[in-house]
Design a protein around this ligand. Sequence first.
Ligand SMILES: C[S@@+](CC[C@H](N)C(=O)[O-])C[C@H]1O[C@@H](n2cnc3c(N)ncnc32)[C@H](O)[C@@H]1O
Length: 195
Amino acid sequence: MQNIWDTRYAQEEYIYGKQANTFLKEQISLHSPGKALFPAEGEGRNAVFAATRGWEVNAFDSSFEAKNKAEKLALEKSVQINYNTIDWENVQYENNCFDLIVLIYAHTQNRQQNHQKLIKFLKPGGIILLEGFTKEQLQYNTGGPKRIELLFSKREIQSDFAQLSEMKIREEIIFLAEGELHKGNASVIRMIGKK
Ligand SMILES: C[S@@+](CC[C@H](N)C(=O)[O-])C[C@H]1O[C@@H](n2cnc3c(N)ncnc32)[C@H](O)[C@@H]1O
């Protein structure tokens, strides 16, 4: 089924660029490669980066075009990723199977259920990394959903991932340069938590 993301991703250009997100690049280098999951991964910039660093990468997104572009990028970088076209609400993995789960601008409906679902897929000791827009991002015209309920608050993220320990969470204004759709000063939340 064609969705709005298929239409956006149908162009040749990578709308968020081919470079991985900065927070992911900083954080992933602190961990030994293992098995990682990238939900709502879009055109694959983050998943492919992790694969080039030796991670065994699984990713999913509801958009067919997202998978096409991610697999093309993987080929370009000579790495393999296992990418499924499926809705978050239907995705299933084995319990306790990932060392790392990476949520980069993974703004979806059913936020709380989708976030909490991921925790059971994470190994004990595994890490979840998240970067997304805060509700204050509505004041900036630099990317992200325009519907406030799709944006994050610190309290929502703390509550969604309350089962995690060693939680580090901060709100920041950062300069984004991630393709045409994430460009300029932006209000984001960055979280790291351990199961
Ligand atoms: C802002 S893009 C982020 C893409 C990628 N994480 C990145 O940072 O480049 C949001 C993505 O979420 C996906 N998405 C939205 N709702 C979804 C759902 N319910 N299940 C799976 N993917 C979903 C969209 O198809 C889109 O690719």
